[in-house]
Design a protein around this ligand. Structure first.
Ligand SMILES: N=c1c2ncn([C@@H]3O[C@H](COP(=O)(O)OP(=O)(O)OP(=O)(O)O)[C@@H](O)[C@H]3O)c2ncn1[C@@H]1O[C@H](COP(=O)(O)O)[C@@H](O)[C@H]1O
Length: 87
């Protein structure tokens, strides 16, 4: 188990060290357009799960949306502090 901030730190480290087997590196290399499409795709899956699926499935879809948002943030160079300023 990990927190939102711990995942962000882990993904930032993946971006820095670029391990060959990292899906995050592949997603970052795909560029911001592809990253944005993934955010939208996962947001849609969250919506569908909220209306039609179990709490467990919803939680899983939310986790994937958070992951995709973090990939987009790292792709654009937006930090957690940049976001927290607006919360
Ligand atoms: N939390 C996640 C995570 N959530 C979602 N995903 C990716 O998103 C996919 C699921 O999304 P989709 O519904 O689009 O599934 P899919 O269509 O089968 O996947 P694609 O073919 O589109 O890649 C998963 O198969 C993963 O590739 C994640 N990939 C990685 N992480 C975590 O990120 C960290 C770094 O991972 P790596 O970069 O792979 O080392 C690790 O802690 C991982 O647990």
């Amino acid at each position: 188990m990990k927190t939102f901030d711990e995942l962000y730190a882990e993904l930032t480290e993946r971006a820095r060290t670029r391990p060959a087997d990292s899906g995050t590196v592949t997603a970052l290399d795909a560029g911001v357009h592809a990253q944005g499409k993934k955010v939208l795709e996962e947001a849609g899956e969250v919506w569908i799960a909220a209306e039609h699926e179990s709490d467990e499935r919803l939680a899983e879809e939310v986790s994937q949306l958070l992951y995709r948002v973090q990939v987009l943030m790292i792709g654009r160079g937006v930090s957690m502090d940049d976001v927290y300023r607006y919360l």
